[in-house]
Write a new protein. Structure first.
Lengths: 377, 382, 320
């Protein structure tokens, strides 16, 4: 038994070294595989953000009193909202269509007089609802600013008043609210998913097309041995990518690494095995590079981006999609990485994620091996 | 002896087009991936992407336990932004809930809250937010702040009134939201998702197409014929223009039917915009294929283009939120312009005049990329 | 029939092609007359395919000139392409298309359309004896039929010159015969055929043969002429056992020019008339061989090939 296992391992080793040589001999693919994570990191870190500044707001001031000008100054003087000039409310449509403004603040005639008379005043804010993110932020910010203005009026009136109630807000784990911290763990999952699935999908499908698979079947290498041998170099490459992402994240975006490094490597490993297996399964089924890449893209890239909790929270999705996300391994990695890197979570908190990853990896590998028929037909 | 000294470009184009169609349409798996899969994805992801933050799981630690504190707790949770989750063990329990992730916010009402409030002493409510998801934490924090802010304001006014003074003017924001009054995410996301899917379907496939012919050996046979480079390249992309348009119609129809995405603008804008966009995406695919030797290389190069193109397009996150230098770079990103055309036309009813700039940008980029691809294409092996 | 002599269909003058430091083709010169079947032989890597690729416009020559159907391959490759047909060494038609679609595509590439295309398609399929497999997917065709299809697609536009790079590689003998029948028909109709092959029995069909060794053209003549030049001796075909050891005894004799292992036996090259088969058999048996049988044979192109490649480099300096 021991001897058989040893010989099997030797065969796996031989396959793995052959595959590694293939990978090393293709510097372009290698460079791309290593450059891509760093590139993505920069893109995500700088490019994907929901912190909006300087949103252009057009003002329609029908009153033109000192009070109204003060109001306008306070609202458009904030960091988030800036003045994009003055216009008539009727032009809102045109402004929005051209993207010249995100909202039009309408100050009614008689504003100053009403303030003096201590009446209740409604300030209309025409908002471009087609860009939901911007609209939400504009509404939220404008609301806060208007309330602040009200409180200021109250304060001006009351010489000294203790606020009846105070609220103290503490933010944990990401006090500056930087998107980067939120993104990087999700990003790691995304990058790994893509590389793993697509690289393996291409290689094995490519071998089928070139006919070198036939050669392999004439040798005594077994199916599982082929599978493991082929995955080996890409596993190493994937771990390298993972380390790169986290290292750069820490260096450039100050993403902390609070938890256990060993646990971090473990979840990364099982995630990779699962995604590599997925790529392998696709290529074994399709045997065609063109089809394999399309199938790989559809099944790995988009679900990892949209259903993993990386950008959009899973709790907000309809029940059917929440269920679907349970078979997306990226979901577990994102949760685990966020826990380990940002919160310092350990195995006690994250064992369900690890288990899920292990199960997925095992299932996919079993499927791939089963479908890998060592006959040509 | 040779027939036809100068073969007609039209005949050559027809031959290439027919062959490409035959090869693509014959492959059922490809047709599924190119047509059915994008449709499926649009529907699924239309449901998945949701920017509205509500039901944030929150723990309320009421260390006062009076009727007044419980009243405020109920009112705080009334609008649904925060959703109460139970937690044992008071403060420690709340902390561990945040750590594990079963709650994203903890509202801590201090002891003697009710008594202090009535007596005019200023009690302090603490709100602890899990900042890992900045979007969610901002909304949760804002909801708590707004509620207690309102409470404070009402109390201040009541005191002024009790002291016999007229409370000052009260300003209120009356938002009127155009185009998408309930701020549903699908009308915002679906045009973007469509842009993204079209890119995935057209660029990668074209990029790999020529490389595939090179690998298979058929390119050599084609190069030895008098087919002109322009004809070959145009013929290669033509079927994907058709497929792209078919996809677009399906996606717009699905968006309208399933998610209520409106179609307010002129159809002509959509058609012209899509045509220009497809020209750029296919042109990029061709350009990539002229510089790659193998399918694997062209695929990786395609992905290298695709990822930044999608991320820096305004589809996932607003262009306005990017730093200025990055915003400048997005001007050469066709996805950005096309997403803008789609959103503006479908939701805001924008026409050619409003969208002149992004349409012109698409035309420029497409023309440049295509010209470059033709120039780089060699009719010799070396 | 008579008239002013026609210019050569293919003219190569000092054609050279280098890839970095490696010279694949070195100063090759020859002419091919219109309607001739010209054979091109050489070991793998000798430079045959590279020469063809230069002549059909796919590779630019590093130096030297080539004229095909009157067009300069370096200056006017597109005109060359329009006048020639080409069958590459590796099968390069679309495996996922049916036979008719491949024909239709390449016909269209050469500018054929409508009724003309339909007529020509029918003609070439008939000529290539592929009429019944018109709707079969190309990938499902056996090797021999695939090659015929490639040939059919190469002659759709009635080119003046057809380049065939190892057209019968891996094809069974019967299919090869059919293929060469088609080639001979083509030549009879006036098409110039430039063909490379490894099968030396096929090379006998060629009017003239060029032999390449390490990028240089070391021999160029009719098959008979080549045999006279390179194998001027008689050839004795020897079969038997224990020949290796016995051959050494015979090799030293003055009449014996060369002893070459051939299959399981030997070829003895002896000065014409100097040694009769019976005498050779006696000598070998005396030297220890058993069951010896010796026959006189006409020298074959295989003998020529072995002679050329064996000492081609040296002879090239002195050969005409």
């Amino acid at each position: 038994m021991n001897d058989r296992l040893r010989r099997s391992l030797v065969r796996v080793g031989a396959m793995a070294s052959k595959e590694t040589l293939h990978v090393l001999r293709d510097p372009r693919t290698l460079a791309l595989a290593l450059v891509m994570p760093v590139l993505m990191l920069f893109l995500f870190g700088f490019g994907v953000s929901f912190d909006l500044d300087h949103v252009p707001v057009v003002v329609a001031d029908a009153d033109r009193s000192p009070a109204s000008r003060e109001l306008v100054r306070r609202i458009t003087g904030s960091r988030e909202l800036v003045s994009a000039g003055e216009a008539d409310p009727a032009e809102a449509d045109r402004l929005f269509r051209r993207g010249d403004a995100a909202a039009v603040l309408v100050v009614p005639a008689g504003y100053g007089a009403k303030v003096a008379r201590r009446e209740r005043i409604a300030l209309q804010l025409l908002t471009d609802g087609s860009d939901v993110t911007v609209a939400n932020q504009v509404l939220s910010k404008a609301d806060a600013l208007v309330r602040a203005e009200t409180r200021r009026l109250v304060g001006v009136d009351l010489a000294r008043v203790d606020p009846p109630l105070q609220v103290k807000l503490w933010t944990r784990y990401n006090p500056a609210g930087r998107s980067a911290l939120f993104m990087v763990p999700g990003l790691a999952a995304y990058i790994l998913a893509i590389s793993a699935v697509l690289l393996t999908a291409l290689t094995v499908a490519g071998e089928w097309e070139r006919g070198s698979m036939e050669q392999l079947f004439a040798s005594p290498v077994g199916r599982l041995e082929i599978v493991l041998g082929k995955l080996a170099p890409y596993l190493a490459l994937g771990m390298l990518e993972l380390l790169l992402v986290v290292a750069f994240g820490a260096a450039v975006f100050d993403v902390p690494v609070r938890g256990s490094f060993a646990l971090f490597l473990l979840v990364g490993l099982f995630f990779l095995v699962g995604m590599l297996g997925q790529g392998l399964l696709i290529s074994v089924i399709t045997k065609n590079q063109l089809v394999a890449t399309q199938a790989g893209t559809m099944s790995a890239l988009l679900p990892s981006l949209l259903l993993s909790g990386m950008v959009f929270p899973i709790e907000n999705m309809p029940a059917a999609l929440q269920l679907l996300s349970r078979v997306v391994p990226a979901r577990y990695l994102v949760h685990a990485l966020r826990g380990i890197l940002l919160k310092g979570n350990g195995l006690a908190a994250l064992w369900p994620d690890l288990l899920a990853l292990v199960l997925f990896a095992a299932a996919v590998l079993a499927l791939a091996t089963a479908r890998f028929q060592r006959r040509l037909a | 002896m040779s027939e036809l000294r100068r073969p007609s470009a039209r005949v050559q184009l027809a031959a290439v087009f027919r062959k490409e169609v035959r090869q693509t349409v014959r492959d059922r798996r490809m047709m599924f991936l190119l047509v059915a899969a994008p449709l499926l994805q649009t529907v699924v992801f239309g449901y998945a992407v949701d920017f509205t933050v509500d039901g944030v799981p929150a723990v309320v630690v009421d260390r006062d336990g009076t009727d007044l504190s419980r009243l405020h707790a109920r009112r705080l949770l009334a609008d649904g932004t925060l959703r109460r989750v139970p937690a044992e063990g008071g403060l420690a329990g709340a902390e561990s809930a945040l750590d594990v992730g079963s709650a994203a916010a903890a509202v801590i009402v201090p002891p003697r809250f009710g008594a202090d409030l009535v007596a005019g002493r200023s009690p302090e409510v603490q709100v602890v937010i899990d900042g890992t998801d900045p979007n969610r934490s901002t909304v949760a924090g804002a909801a708590a702040s707004r509620y207690f802010g309102e409470v404070a304001e009402d109390l201040a006014r009541a005191r002024l009134a009790a002291a016999g003074r007229t409370p000052p003017a009260q300003l209120a924001l009356a938002p009127r939201i155009l185009y998408n009054p309930t701020l549903e995410s699908p009308p915002y996301m679906i045009p973007g998702i469509a842009a993204m899917l079209l890119l995935v379907v057209t660029t990668i496939v074209t990029a790999m197409g020529l490389a595939r012919e090179r690998e298979m050996g058929t390119l050599e046979q084609v190069l030895v014929t008098p087919i002109r480079p322009v004809v070959l390249l145009f013929g290669k992309i033509a079927p994907y223009v058709v497929i792209g348009f078919a996809d677009l119609m399906l996606l717009v129809a699905a968006g309208a039917w399933v998610f209520g995405v409106p179609l307010r603008g002129p159809l002509a804008v959509l058609v012209v915009g899509t045509l220009l966009y497809l020209l750029t995406t296919l042109g990029v695919g061709l350009l990539i294929s002229t510089i790659s030797r193998t399918q694997q290389q062209s695929f990786l190069a395609g992905i290298l283009f695709l990822l930044p193109a999608v991320l820096l397009s305004g589809v996932m996150s607003p262009v306005r939120a990017m730093p200025a230098w990055l915003q400048a770079i997005t001007w050469v990103n066709p996805v950005r312009h096309y997403a803008e055309v789609m959103r503006s036309c479908l939701l805001r009813g924008a026409g050619f005049a409003d969208l002149a700039v992004p349409l012109a940008a698409l035309a420029l980029i497409g023309g440049a990329v295509f010209a470059l691809a033709v120039a780089r294409f060699r009719t010799r092996l070396a | 029939m008579l008239g002013p002599p026609r210019p050569p269909a293919i003219e190569a003058r000092g054609l050279t092609r280098r890839f970095g430091a490696f010279t694949a083709v070195d100063g090759v010169s020859f002419e091919v007359a219109p309607g001739e079947i010209f054979g091109y032989l050489g070991a793998n890597g000798a430079g045959k395919s590279t020469t063809i690729r230069m002549l059909n416009g796919l590779l630019a020559p590093t130096s030297g000139t080539g004229l095909v159907a009157g067009h300069d391959v370096a200056r006017d490759p597109e005109a060359v392409k329009a006048s020639i047909g080409y069958m590459s060494q590796k099968f390069s038609l679309y495996l996922d298309l049916p036979v008719r679609e491949n024909v239709a595509f390449f016909g269209g590439a050469y500018g054929l359309a409508g009724a003309t295309l339909a007529r020509r398609a029918d003609e070439v399929l008939a000529r290539a004896e592929l009429r019944d497999v018109g709707d079969v997917t190309t990938g499902e065709l056996p090797g021999g039929l695939r090659q015929r299809l490639a040939l059919a697609c190469a002659i759709l536009h009635r080119p003046e010159v057809v380049f065939l790079d190892e057209p019968t590689a891996g094809v069974d003998p019967l299919a090869r015969r059919t293929f060469w029948r088609i080639i001979r028909d083509l030549a009879r109709d006036g098409t110039t055929v430039f063909v490379t092959t490894h099968y030396l029995d096929e090379a006998e069909y060629c009017a003239r043969i060029g032999l390449m060794v390490d990028g240089r053209l070391v021999a160029l003549d009719t098959p008979a002429g080549l045999k006279r030049t390179w194998v001027p001796e008689d050839v004795l075909v020897v079969r038997g056992r224990g020949l290796r050891e016995a051959a050494a005894a015979v090799a030293g004799r003055p009449e014996v020019k060369n002893v070459v292992p051939f299959g399981a036996g030997l070829h003895l090259r002896v000065a014409p008339g100097s040694l009769r088969p019976e005498d050779a058999a006696r000598l070998l048996s005396a030297a220890g061989a058993a069951e010896v049988s010796v026959e006189a044979a006409a020298p074959s192109l295989e003998d020529v090939f072995l002679a050329v490649v064996g000492n081609g480099a040296r002879r090239a300096e002195g050969a005409p």
